[in-house]
Structure formats: structure tokens, C-alpha cells
Design a protein around this ligand. Structure first.
Ligand code: COA
Ligand code: AMP
Length: 623
């Protein structure tokens, strides 16, 4: 099968193409409706199929010869633990955890927030929700209680599941006080908060809503799989948009299962029984898809790693995991590779491990810069595959589909559109642009299975945020171009979203937090290029008249404020107090121009600028 045949089959007859892919999964009742439009005019995949994602990923394999095969390998250098769960063990733990949730009143369609460190219980909790037809929403541990409270108010969960702590290299972060603070801040109050006690920091379970996870399990009995429809939501995953309020990306059960299973083979070239490792966190889309769901839907083995690429204990950590567990495919963000390169530029650690199982290196989350690409290729002598995707898609939009046909690799491009995606470059008016011309990257509707079906509780935001800019298209928010060979080059966001260590953050949200400080008249946050983390936020603030505090004190307060309101994950550590911000005559802050200046990139002084001298002030700060 060639890439061209596969791509054209999906383009010319999407329903037949995806129906055939869906038939590789064990449905309770096969879908008859493949692609339909709902009452709001929004596309759904497999709406009338009956299924259960946990059944497809676990019970089905237990019943069909994989019961004793490894399903999940937990590797935690921060606690010196390695534990392998067979499909049978994982299914049993999931069924019991689902029984516990059921006893706490969770049923089909109810929401459960999961705010947990990288323990197997996080994956077990996700599958337990899926088993009941409940909708999980995993919140990354690096977010603050304020961010957690925003998600509680939006998702209205019956239960929050958490661990007593997380471990950041050697630092213990107690999660329970963060959960308590979030519940206090939120308007909506969940019924229960269930805590998995970790010996590194035991939490006081002294609130009326507290439940001890292990104790509750001793009283529960395993729960069966609840059938759901293909179009019923499996999870909500919040991601940064251009405003302060995160968007709850809704993922449906049916399309998700089909795309997960398909991509595991077609994009990642993994066969059932082989080991795949996505070094990410379950709090991100990569973690949902390629740590928790796709490998198991495909009958493969997943690695769940609680550690960093460096310092746990050294820059050989990834190579050690690959050798220990015979990993065939490694997938992480460029920032993690850059962290390794920084610590071990001559790749001494690579020589210490037997990496003969490793066949391919994958990268996503931000542009894979050509220098990192060639280091990996040279030191590992393996294909290095960049994928472009978003939380919204849940699986790659553009990739070299090596499970179908390995094509030439062009550093700087994530290669060609995956089957199901009609990727185009449009100008501001929606006109299609020719090859090698930069513009807005848009995807022609209908979108393939797994793509978000709406924004949780906010259909209007789904439409206005994604579908209205270019009628008939999904607006990705990324800019780039397509070359003569059809290779897609993603050049970065065209909105106020930045990418810090592969984590998507909103500069608009940071501006909202900073703008509320009593001394600040106005502010702008831009993404500054960074060799390690890709981008870092830099804040420019104008003080109100008469403020006596020193610039240094104000900066410290703002840094602490962003950490408190958004979280450590924002990595907001750079503030410049300026006399004014560059603006147009109509008062619009020239953030893009500021970004170009600050990053030493070429820029054109906008003809609408109010005072060109304001740009020299930014130039001076760069120095
Ligand atoms: N819980 C609590 N705090 C967390 C956290 C978690 N789960 N994850 C990160 N943090 C904290 C970090 O400790 C750090 O705090 P600090 O400012 O006190 O040092 C802060 O959030 C920023 O984290 P990060 O930007 O990740 O920096 P880092 O120095 O800890 O690690 C990398 C840098 C490159 C090693 C790491 O980001 C990484 O491995 N990234 C690639 C994988 C990935 O997550 N990709 C995401 C999508 S694929
Ligand atoms: P997230 O939703 O957190 O996965 O972030 C998605 C954003 O990350 C995209 O809109 C891009 O801006 C960026 N991104 C992800 N993968 C790539 C890639 N391979 N190349 C360039 N940018 C990427």
C-alpha cells in the first residue's frame, strides 16, 4: 500500500475508508451511520455504534489471548520503581476502580476530574471512567489551584481524583492542599475528592468530601462496561485559547478509538505486542492518546514514565528506559531532546545502552528544529519523524506515515497530510494560496475521526473559535506553507498562543493576570525564542503614575502572581518595566512587531504606528 493510495482513498470516499478502519475494533454493535451531521450542523463519526473504550482496550484483549501480555509498564526513577501490568491485571484494577467510582455515584455522562502525578493510577482512573461511560477531564499537575478551579466550574465533576503528591526530580509537591484550595475557590462543589496516598507525602484526609482511594477499593466490587454510543464523549481536555478561559476540547468515544488504533500502526508502525513509549504526561493530549489509549486499543505495550529526560538521574534516562523495556518507538517533544543534547552533546550515554530494539524516533508539540533533528539522526542512526498535531486533533494531522510508506524526510517539515486531512494554506480572505507561499493553515471539513466535536458547554465558542474564520474549514491557528512536493512546513502560531517546553499557553491569559495587579496600567506578553524550551513568555509592563515600588519589586510580584494564578508550568520569569508600549494610532498593541524585534528577527515598521520611538525602547531592552 502506498501513501498516495491510502490518502486518496480517505479523500475520495471518507465514509468507506473509515468504516473499513472501524471494523478492526470490537464494537458491541457496529455503526451503521458512519459520518452524520447532528442537530447543530456539526459532524459526528460512528454516532449509532455501541461500544466501550475500556472494553476495546482491555477486556477484549484479555478474552482474545493477550491476558498475560504486558499492557502497561510503569517506570519511575524518582521513586525507584518498575512495575508491569498484564492486560488481565490492568483490566481487573480498572474494573475495581470503576466499582469505587460507581459507589460514589458516578455514572454515564458524569464528569470526573483527574489531577494526578504520573502513576499507573492515573491511567487506571481514566479507563475506569471510560468503563462507566463517565467523562474524564485530566488536569496537568503543573497547573495552579486557580486553573483547577476554573476547570471544576466548567466541567462540574461529581468526583475529583488525585494523588497525595507529585515528584519533580527530588522536590515533593503536595497535591492535596492544591485540590482543597481549588475546591474552596470553585463555585461548583464536587461531592468527593479521592486521594491515592503516596508514601513520599501522606495527605491529611480531614475534609468532609475526602475519600481514601485504597480504603474505598477494599469496599468496592468490579464494575462492568457500560455501552455508550460512538458519539458520546470519552473525555474533555482543556487547552489554552487566546483568552483567559481555557477551551474544553470534547473527544468522542468512537472516532477516538478508530483513529487511535489506525494511527498506532499507520503513523507509528507499531504491531500488537510491541512496546511504544510516549515520554509525555497524561495531562497533555500526547499522553492521553499515546501513553494511555492508542497502544492498548492496538494490543501493544505502553510505557508510563515518571521522570525527566535529564537529572533522573542523568541524560541517559531515556536510553536506559528504551534498553530496559525494549522500546520500538520513542515519542516526545523537541524540548526534551534539546535538554538531553545540552547535558550530553557528544552522546556518551547513548553508547552505554543496548538500543537495538529502537527503530524510530518521533517528535511533536512544537517545530522540530533542524539542528535537533540532525543530532538525533546522526547519533542514533535512525529515522527521525516530526508530526504536526494539536490537542484538538488528538492524533497527527501531518506526518511521514512510516507504517504505510516511508517517504523522504525534509528537516523543518513534518511531511505530508495524514489520510482524512485536506490541509490547505489560505490568505486572510480565505483564498487558497499556491505552493511555497506562507499563510494560514486550515483543514477542509469534514474533519477525520477523533477531531474535537465541540467545546464543552460552549458550542458557540467552537463555531466562532474554529469554524467561522474560513467557512467550510477548520482554522488551525498555525501559519505555514506547503512546498511543491506537498510537504507541510508549520512556522508557528498566528494567534496569542505560545509553546513553552512543548506546553501550550496563552499570553492573553498571562496579560489578564498581570493586568489585575494594582500597579499596572497596561501590559503585553510575548513569546521569546529560547534554545531549550522553544519559547518563554516575556512581559512588558507600564506602571500607573505615582507608583513608588522599585521595578525589581514589581517584577518579583508579577512573577509570583502568574505562578500563583496559572502555575509553575507557565515559566513566567521575565518582566520589563517600560514607559509605554508600541501601538498603532488606533491603540492596538503591536505584539507581533515587539516579538520580531525582541527575537532579533526582521520586521517592517507598521505604517499605522503611533510613535516609532517606542520600538527603539524595545530594541534597547533586547540588548
Ligand atoms: N506537577 C507540578 N509541577 C510541575 C509538573 C507537574 N506535573 N511538571 C512541571 N512542573 C513544574 C516544574 O517543576 C517547573 O517548576 P520550577 O519553575 O519550580 O522549576 C515548572 O513546572 C516548569 O516545568 P517545565 O517547563 O517542564 O521545565 P522543567 O525544567 O521541569 O523540565 C523539560 C524541562 C524539557 C525536561 C520538560 O518540560 C520535558 O520533559 N518536556 C517534554 C515532554 C512533555 O512534557 N511534552 C509535552 C507534550 S508532548
Ligand atoms: P497542543 O495543542 O498543546 O498539542 O499544541 C498545538 C500547537 O503546537 C500547534 O498548534 C503548533 O503551534 C504546535 N505544534 C505541535 N506540533 C508541531 C510540529 N510538529 N511542528 C510545528 N508546530 C507544532
Amino acid at each position: 500500500m502506498s501513501y498516495k493510495t491510502e490518502f486518496e482513498a480517505a479523500r475520495d470516499n471518507p465514509e468507506a475508508f473509515w468504516k473499513a478502519k472501524s471494523e478492526t475494533l470490537p464494537w458491541f454493535k457496529n455503526p451503521k451511520k458512519i459520518l452524520t451531521k447532528n442537530e447543530h450542523g456539526i459532524y459526528n463519526w460512528f454516532a449509532d455504534g455501541e461500544m466501550n473504550t475500556a472494553y476495546m482496550a482491555l477486556d477484549h484483549h484479555v478474552e482474545n489471548g493477550r491476558a498475560e501480555q504486558a499492557a502497561l509498564i510503569y517506570d519511575s526513577p524518582v521513586t525507584n520503581t518498575q512495575k508491569t501490568y498484564s492486560y488481565r491485571e490492568l483490566r481487573d484494577e480498572v474494573a475495581l476502580c470503576a466499582g469505587m467510582l460507581k459507589d460514589l455515584g458516578v455514572g454515564k455522562g458524569d464528569r470526573v476530574i483527574i489531577y494526578m502525578s504520573m502513576t499507573p493510577q492515573a491511567a487506571i482512573a481514566m479507563y475506569a471512567c471510560a468503563r462507566l461511560g463517565a467523562i474524564h477531564s485530566v488536569v496537568f499537575g503543573g497547573f495552579s489551584p486557580v486553573e483547577l478551579a476554573v476547570r471544576i466550574d466548567d466541567a462540574k465533576p461529581k468526583v475529583i481524583l488525585s494523588t497525595s503528591c507529585g515528584i519533580e526530580i527530588q522536590r515533593i509537591i503536595e497535591y492535596k492542599p492544591l485540590v482543597d484550595k481549588a475546591i474552596e475557590l470553585a463555585q461548583y462543589k464536587p461531592d468527593y475528592s479521592v486521594i491515592f496516598q503516596r508514601p513520599e507525602a501522606l495527605a491529611d484526609l480531614n475534609q468532609s468530601y475526602d475519600v481514601d482511594w485504597r480504603q474505598a477499593l477494599t469496599q468496592s466490587t468490579p464494575a462492568d462496561c457500560t455501552p455508550v454510543n460512538g458519539s458520546d464523549p470519552l473525555y474533555i481536555l482543556y487547552t489554552s485559547g487566546t483568552t483567559g478561559k481555557p477551551k474544553g476540547v470534547v473527544r468522542e468515544n468512537g472516532g477516538h478509538a478508530v483513529a487511535m488504533k489506525y494511527s498506532m500502526q499507520a503513523v507509528y508502525n507499531i504491531e500488537p505486542g510491541e512496546v511504544f513509549w510516549a515520554a509525555s504526561d497524561v495531562g497533555w493530549a500526547v499522553g492521553h492518546s499515546y501513553i494511555v489509549y492508542a497502544p492498548l486499543l492496538h494490543g501493544a505495550t505502553a510505557v508510563l514514565y515518571e521522570g525527566k529526560p535529564v537529572f533522573t538521574p542523568d541524560a541517559g534516562a531515556f536510553w536506559r528506559v528504551i534498553a530496559d523495556h525494549k522500546v520500538k518507538g520513542l515519542f516526545t517533544a523537541p524540548t526534551a531532546y534539546r535538554a538531553i543534547i545540552k547535558e550530553d552533546p557528544t552522546a556518551e550515554f547513548i553508547k552505554q545502552y543496548d538500543l537495538s530494539s529502537l527503530e524510530t524516533i518521533y517528535s511533536a508539540g512544537e517545530r522540530l528544529d533542524p539542528a535537533t533533528h540532525s543530532w538525533l539522526e546522526e547519533k542514533l542512526q535512525l529515522p527521525v519523524i516530526d508530526n504536526w498535531w494539536q490537542t484538538e486533533s488528538g492524533w497527527p494531522i501531518v506526518s511521514n506515515m512510516i507504517g504505510v510508506e516511508q517517504m523522504a524526510i525534509k528537516p523543518g517539515s513534518s511531511s505530508v497530510p495524514c489520510p482524512g486531512y485536506d490541509v490547505q494554506v489560505l490568505d486572510e480572505t480565505g483564498k487558497q494560496l499556491g505552493p511555497n507561499t506562507q499563510g494560514n493553515i486550515a483543514i477542509k471539513l469534514p474533519l477525520p475521526p477523533c477531531f474535537l466535536s465541540t467545546v464543552w458547554g460552549d458550542l458557540e465558542r467552537f463555531k466562532s473559535g474554529y469554524l467561522e474564520a474560513y467557512p467550510g474549514y477548520y482554522n488551525s491557528g498555525d501559519g505555514g506553507y506547503i512546498d511543491d512536493d506537498g510537504y507541510v512546513f508549520i512556522m508557528g502560531r498566528i494567534d496569542d498562543v505560545i509553546n513553552v517546553a512543548g506546553h501550550r499557553l496563552s499570553t492573553g491569559e498571562m496579560e489578564e493576570v498581570i493586568g489585575k495587579h494594582a500597579s499596572i496600567a497596561e501590559c503585553a506578553v510575548i513569546g521569546r525564542n529560547d534554545d531549550l524550551k522553544g519559547q518563554l513568555p516575556a512581559g512588558f509592563v507600564v506602571l500607573k503614575n505615582g507608583i513608588e515600588a522599585s521595578d525589581e519589586d514589581i517584577s518579583k510580584e508579577l512573577i509570583a502572581l502568574v505562578r500563583e494564578k496559572i502555575g509553575a508550568v507557565a515559566v513566567f520569569k521575565e518582566v520589563y518595566v517600560v514607559p509605554r508600549l508600541p501601538k498603532t494610532r488606533s491603540g492596538k498593541i503591536l505584539r507581533k512587531t515587539m516579538r520580531h524585534i525582541f527575537n532579533g528577527e526582521e520586521y517592517v515598521i507598521p505604517s499605522t504606528i503611533d510613535d516609532p520611538d517606542s520600538l527603539s525602547e524595545i530594541e534597547a531592552l533586547k540588548a
